[in-house]
Design a protein around this ligand. Structure first.
Ligand SMILES: Nc1nc2c(c(=O)[nH]1)N[C@H]1C(S)=C(S)[C@@H](COP(=O)(O)OP(=O)(O)OC[C@H]3O[C@@H](n4cnc5c(=O)[nH]c(N)nc54)[C@H](O)[C@@H]3O)O[C@H]1N2
Ligand SMILES: Nc1nc2c(c(=O)[nH]1)N[C@H]1C(S)=C(S)[C@@H](COP(=O)(O)OP(=O)(O)OC[C@H]3O[C@@H](n4cnc5c(=O)[nH]c(N)nc54)[C@H](O)[C@@H]3O)O[C@H]1N2
Ligand SMILES: [Mo]
Length: 688
């Protein structure tokens, strides 16, 4: 027997695809793209198609039973235990921490395993209610950009509606690589743009290769490049003075910076040819123009300044609030749909006292035996994704730290847990999903019961609240109750069952015009080019035309963006995707290779003050001289080397939001072992 059921992909991805599941009573379900969905159009991306039909349904790979550690931390020696015993053990340790040190001694971390609303937000209710400490999730991803655009626009979670591309003469994609990070948007959205596409990226990505114009600046020089574009735009009469007067404050304070940012100066600062800067300004200036600032863009030591500077383009050319114009960083669609995420995550029952810790400080703070006694990691895999891997492992080996990990799989992080809790997958419970690009909400439909004894995140935390003998009703609301409240908040007239039948809905029939009222959430209500709030944060009053200098002393800038074959670190354990993506590579420009006497397929040591790893070289002129590239997303425990790129990810914070500066990482590279003919990545099907 097979039935076809619509559901939606809850991964942390711009696309947010519609899925059709051919449900089987016996054996694996078949997971396909929904032909009626405007994004997936009947096809899933290569990674989800493989992993959802592979490791995600593999009973041998899935965690199916709570586990208790019986060997040393990290050795993966566990015994199965019942849910009651697991939750009782956790409750006892949590209660002990609360009684002896206060709830702030419990540190929880969570992020992007599932973005479905209950799965992502509901567990926070318990930690909020207790007043536990939290690792600020966005500090590993996009916090600097949020702060920057909050200062400038008073908003960083509502950008252009992608459907407005039909009216755009130019799409400027700055530091995003949708060919990997949003493959459907790359193919069907950007691929069908009628206007010119400009891509700004230090790597010749597939997105850049298919653009009309690719600007390839040295990493961290984007603010200077933005000021050069502004220089040309002003010179050529593309500034909208009426708009600037009506809707911005502080313009005169950056006039001198714009005046000095000539294309020749920009070429020297950024490495982009002056003629290309001119061409980009001409295309963007014609307008209407869309600007997409990627999350990769702001993962720089001065990433916040970069975002503020690049955001000046739409502000000064008036490319805001009209068809085909606008800026975009993230669309938090559930909020735009009317959902109260703060309520969902328990803001209304939160107790004070919990600390907030940046991911950049996690390894250091967890190393301190005085500060945290209980560590709870759910929906995230910090021993693959976080910085300072060596130090973090050492911290998680602390015998006096009780750690709990809740995941779908036995990850590196789970290997270090005292108790492992098996989470159900998105095929096994009802929920709501969204895309942070397209303005769509979707239904996640339960296809079958949770595998083995695994449970959905929300149910796990209801049971834990019970084990803790708590009686706050918000901790026990059922999925059904919450989903109906969320449906009411969205006020669509649809029930969840209606939505399940349809699969998804778009927030509006026609493209939404963001900021049509020019209503900015800044203190002045205008776009704040000069910002008192920035001063209060210890930042410059205005965006600065800064550019990082090229790396010194033979060091190379180490970029580790999204891989085509994984979704963050998810899918790193799928056997077919492991084969597809082959050996972990270091992409290096031929000029650097010859300077360092490195050849194709050499095994090299890549090192800095944080750590050292070994990678196989791929000589590749799509990366700039002075820059090397290796994709994120591998699990150390799957790699023969037991390491991944985050052994080199320093804890240096960006200028805003205590956020990651991972793309500012610098490394030295030297040959460890020269290649033998016929060895290395050439054997994998598609080198990553
Ligand atoms: N070097 C480098 N490092 C980076 C980045 C980079 O660009 N370069 N990018 C960073 C970014 S942008 C991000 S967002 C972070 C992401 O980092 P993480 O949040 O660690 O993302 P994932 O590795 O996908 O981990 C999610 C985990 O959640 C599990 N999971 C999936 N569904 C569920 C569920 O329903 N319940 C539970 N309990 N678990 C579930 C998955 O199995 C997986 O192990 O990584 C960051 N790390
Ligand atoms: N396949 C796949 N899809 C994903 C993910 C994944 O891991 N794999 N992760 C998801 C998540 S959590 C996120 S946050 C998004 C991230 O997706 P994106 O927003 O696309 O961000 P990244 O892939 O980190 O980086 C995008 C580009 O930024 C460039 N870049 C790095 N430094 C600079 C710089 O200084 N200046 C400029 N102009 N560009 C720079 C990199 O070369 C890279 O090509 O993707 C999501 N989608
Ligand atoms: Mo992310």
């Amino acid at each position: 027997m097979k039935h076809r059921i619509k559901t939606n992909c809850p991964r942390d991805c711009y696309d947010g695809c519609g899925i059709v599941v051919e449900k089987r009573d016996h054996g694996k379900h078949r997971i396909l793209g929904d032909p009626d969905h405007p994004v997936s159009r009947g096809k899933l991306c290569s990674k989800c198609a493989v992993a959802y039909n592979g490791v995600w349904q593999d009973p041998k790979a899935r965690l199916q039973q709570p586990l208790r550690r019986i060997g040393a931390k990290g050795l993966q020696e566990f015994e199965p235990i019942s849910w009651d015993d697991a939750l009782a053990a956790i409750a006892e340790k949590m209660q002990h921490a609360i009684d002896s040190h206060g709830a702030s001694a419990i540190l929880h971390t969570h992020y992007s395993g599932t973005l479905s609303l209950l799965g992502y937000f509901f567990p926070n209710r318990l930690f909020n209610y207790l007043g536990a400490s939290e690792v600020d999730p966005d500090t590993i991803c996009n916090a600097a950009g949020h702060v920057a655009w909050h200062l400038l626009f008073g908003n960083s979670i509502a950008g252009f509606d992608p459907r407005t591309i039909k009216d755009a003469n130019c799409v400027l994609v700055w530091g995003a690589n949708p060919s990997h990070s949003a493959p459907h948007a790359h193919e069907h959205w950007l691929g069908n743009a009628t206007g010119n596409v400009i891509v700004v990226d230090p790597i010749l990505t597939e997105t850049a290769a298919s653009a009309d114009l690719h600007l390839q600046p040295r990493p961290g020089t984007d603010a200077a490049l933005a000021f050069c574009l502004l220089h040309c735009l002003q010179r050529d009469g593309h500034f909208d003075e009426a708009y600037i007067n009506a809707h911005t404050i502080g313009f005169t304070e950056i006039s001198a910076d714009i005046a000095q940012a000539t294309p020749a100066w920009g070429e020297e600062k950024t490495g982009v040819a002056a003629g290309d800067i001119e061409r980009a300004a001409t295309i963007y200036g014609r307008g209407p123009s869309l600007l997409w600032c990627g999350q990769g863009l702001q993962r720089q030591a001065t990433g916040g300044n970069v975002m503020r500077a690049v955001g000046l383009l739409p502000a000064l050319t008036g490319n805001i609030g009209k068809a085909g114009a606008g800026f975009y960083y993230l669309n938090i669609t559930p909020i735009l749909a009317g959902i109260d995420l703060d309520w969902l995550g328990g803001g209304h029952i939160a107790k004070k006292g919990g600390k907030t810790v940046s991911h950049m400080k996690l390894a250091e703070r967890l190393s301190d035996p005085e500060e945290f006694n209980v560590f709870f990691s759910w929906n995230t895999n910090p021993l693959a994704s976080a910085p300072e891997q060596k130090k973090l492992r050492k911290a998680l080996q602390r015998e006096d730290l009780f750690s709990v990990v809740c995941d779908v799989f036995m990850t590196d992080t789970a290997s270090y847990a005292d108790i492992v809790l098996p989470a159900a997958s998105f095929l096994e419970y009802d929920d709501l999903t969204f895309s942070y690009f397209h303005l769509h909400m979707g239904a996640q439909a339960k296809i079958s019961d949770p595998m083995g004894n695994s449970l959905p995140n929300a149910e796990i935390f209801r049971r834990l609240a019970k084990a803790l003998k708590l009686d706050e009703p918000a901790l026990f609301e059922t999925d059904q109750e919450i989903i109906s409240t969320l449906m009411e908040q969205m006020n669509t007239g649809m029930s969840f069952d209606d939505l399940k039948k349809r699969g998804y809905f778009a927030l509006t029939a026609d493209p939404m015009l963001m900021f049509a009222e020019q209503d900015f959430g800044t203190p002045s209500g205008k776009i704040e080019i000069a910002s008192e709030q920035a001063i209060a944060l210890g930042l410059p009053r205005t965006p600065q035309p800064w550019a990082d200098a090229p790396s010194q002393n033979g060091n190379l800038r180490f970029l580790t963006p999204a891989s085509k074959w994984r979704l963050n670190d998810s899918y790193a354990n799928d056997p077919h995707l492991i084969e597809q993506s082959g050996t972990a590579l270091l992409h290096m420009n031929p000029a650097d290779a010859s300077r360092l006497d490195i050849a194709e397929n050499d095994l090299v040591t890549v090192a800095n003050e944080t750590g050292s790893i070994e990678l196989t070289t791929h000589i590749d002129d799509s990366v700039l001289p002075g820059t090397v590239l290796s994709y994120k997303g591998r699990w150390p425990l799957v790699e023969g080397s037991q390491t991944n790129v985050n052994f080199l990810h320093t804890a240096r914070m960006a200028d805003m939001g205590e956020s990651t500066s991972v793309h500012s990482t610098e490394v030295g590279v030297r040959v460890k072992c020269q290649s033998k003919p016929g060895s290395g990545w050439g054997q994998s099907k598609v080198p990553e």
